[in-house]
Design a protein around this ligand. Structure first.
Ligand SMILES: Cc1cc2nc3c(=O)[nH]c(=O)nc-3n(C[C@H](O)[C@H](O)[C@H](O)COP(=O)(O)O)c2cc1C
Length: 290
């Protein structure tokens, strides 16, 4: 009896394995199809990149979206040309200037001319952007009451981040920077710059415009802004107010297509300001020449 059952059992097991394998192949195929479909709809998105760029699926709401102007004049271009000696000097001078940049968490209330802020924001606005969509909004807050409201929101959320939301490792990693949820600089700094990425544009006829690589574009603009601030002797601390985006956006009456990326308090350092004694990686560790 046992001998006659074995071939039958083996046959049943084989059929079952066959069914299971077919099923798994099907589901991998469906997954792959989904990825391919996504890639077809958003070909500019590198699946590997996985930044939080919000994108629409054109198939679902094509009528709401407007393509970019395709007829644009091309004009001659010429750039400043320096001698090699000058290039070396300029590159060294610029490095030395930026190497002095530090994140400063102690900012005095000494006033800063608004014209300087206009110029550094204009400089940030020279940034390249995906398909020249310029997906940034820089909100400058100088009103004392508004700055205090921002501080209240951030401290409330940050206290929860420190005590509940974030794990022990994060709390430990930021300990050495001596930061916590108390952010006095949000009151003292003469200006707070809140930088929003526009996840898509809104045209005058209410149609939407795709903002390709909006997060990368705005991040590059922020880098240029940090350099511009360093160039005029102002300090800031690059901050990412966690879980505050929506509340701050509503407080500042910004539309829903704008998401808070960074908050930069701007001013002069206080006389007794300190910074953590950090070192930077040497060139050999950050550059590979092939
Ligand atoms: C994307 C980003 C987010 C950051 N978020 C915060 C933050 O929320 N709070 C803070 O105190 N510093 C923040 N920093 C500042 C870093 O801690 C700081 O750049 C780093 O310690 C190196 O110091 P340095 O800027 O003085 O060279 C952030 C920096 C970056 C680039």
């Amino acid at each position: 009896m046992a001998f006659s059952l074995t071939p039958l059992l083996i046959a049943i097991i084989c059929v079952l394995i066959g069914i299971i394998l077919k099923g798994s192949k099907k589901s991998t195929k469906t997954e792959q199809n989904k990825v391919n479909k996504k890639a077809e709809v958003r070909p500019w998105v590198d699946e590997d990149l996985k930044d939080s760029t919000d994108l629409h699926t054109e198939a679902e709401d094509d009528a709401e979206w407007q393509g970019l102007e395709d007829n644009i004049a091309h004009i001659p271009f010429s750039a400043e040309r320096y001698s090699e000696e000058d290039m070396v000097k300029r590159s060294k001078d610029f490095y030395e200037l930026l190497n002095k940049r530090r994140s400063v968490r102690f900012i005095s209330d000494e006033p800063v001319p608004m014209e300087v802020i206009d110029n550094v924001i204009k400089t940030a606005g020279t940034s390249p952007s995906g398909a020249h969509t310029e997906p940034w909004t820089f909100v400058i807050v100088q009103d004392k009451e508004m700055k205090h409201k921002i501080r209240e929101i951030i401290e409330e959320e940050e206290e929860i981040n420190y005590k509940k939301r974030m794990g022990d490792r994060w709390v430990n990693d930021v300990k050495r920077l001596r930061t916590n949820w108390i952010k006095e600089y949000l009151d003292t700094a003469p200006y707070l710059i809140l930088i929003f990425k526009q996840v898509h544009g809104i045209l005058p006829d209410r149609k939407k415009k795709t903002h390709y690589y909006n997060e990368i574009s705005v991040s590059i603009a922020c880098g240029i802004l940090l350099a511009a601030l360093q160039n005029v002797g102002l300090v800031t601390v690059t901050s990412t107010p966690l879980n505050c985006g929506r509340r701050l956006r509503l407080l500042l009456r910004r539309p829903a297509n704008e998401k808070l990326l960074l908050l930069l308090p701007i001013g002069y350092p206080t006389k007794d300001a300190t910074v953590p004694d950090l070192t930077r990686k040497p060139l050999d560790d950050i550059m590979v020449v092939i």
